[in-house]
Write a protein of this length. Structure first.
Length: 267
């Protein structure tokens, strides 16, 4: 049989062979990473197909195949991210969550009769109550909602009482709970410790509905969360991210945490 001249079209067929079929030194290819060195060995050999045309077969060793798969898996999974400090402590820290009164009407002048209802609310809070607070009624302080806005009964008039409510970072505390669930603390760490959860899209206010205080034995790390202003504020530590505005996905994740801390009907 006369030899068939090679054609310009080359088909690469990947097949698997044991290292005993041919030496590893054939066509070595190196791939290096900071952690390890991989050596890929392969060879290209001609053969005749059913039409008597020359094609080429690329053979790889089983070890080479496993090495290539390892690199692909590392590239796909990437390195496991760790929450930015101090949120990397949240999973094992002592954490307390606070329900806060986001707004207090200015005290009326002496001798004046206080106006009934939530008159004069900041527009950020009014808009939030109409749009974003439907699933977070437990964060709304009593008497702040206009009658019927969220199908709430009209509040009855109450006699003025001296304010003895404790405060957290200047905001009246309506309720507080320790976060004893380690998984929930870890989830908060992932949300607040990831800079991709924040941007610069927020209002220029801070009417906090929620507060967090956590410590691992040192000074407490206190922060405020405002759903109505769509941003967070670190009060006793340096905020680790360039932005403080909460993205929609961040609001959703924090809302789910609120539902677990204060289930509807318990606020």
């Amino acid at each position: 049989m006369n030899p068939v001249a090679p054609v310009t079209k080359i088909s690469l067929i990947y097949s698997f062979a044991t290292t005993s079929e041919w030496p590893l030194s054939a066509l070595p290819i190196h791939r290096q990473s900071p952690a390890f060195l991989l050596r890929f060995a392969c060879r290209v050999e001609p053969r005749l197909d059913s039409t008597q045309k020359t094609v080429y077969e690329l053979r790889m060793t089983r070890a080479s195949l496993l090495g290539a798969m390892s690199v692909a898996l590392l590239a796909a999974s990437g390195c496991k991210s760790t929450p930015a400090p101090p949120f990397d402590q949240l999973k094992t820290a002592n954490v307390t969550a606070f329900r806060l009164q986001n707004y207090e009407s200015p005290a009326p002048p002496p001798g004046a009769t206080p106006a009934a209802g939530p008159m004069g609310l900041p527009p950020e809070i009014s808009n939030w109550m109409k749009t974003g607070a439907q699933g977070l009624q437990q964060l709304l302080p009593p008497g702040l909602l206009p009658p019927g806005m969220l199908n709430t009964p009209t509040p009855t008039a109450a006699a003025p009482a001296q304010d003895t409510t404790p405060r957290f970072q200047g905001f009246r505390i309506l309720g507080q709970t320790p976060i004893t669930d380690q998984d929930l603390r870890a989830e908060l760490g992932k949300i607040l410790g990831n800079d991709s959860n924040f941007d610069n899209n927020h209002a220029g206010c801070m009417y906090a509905e929620m507060g967090l205080s956590f410590t691992s034995g040192g000074p407490p790390n206190d922060m405020l969360i405002s759903f109505s202003c769509n941003q967070v504020n670190a009060r006793t530590f340096a905020w680790p991210h360039p932005s403080t505005g909460m993205k929609p996905k961040t609001v959703q994740k924090l809302s789910e945490v609120v539902q677990k801390l204060w289930p509807p009907g318990t606020g």
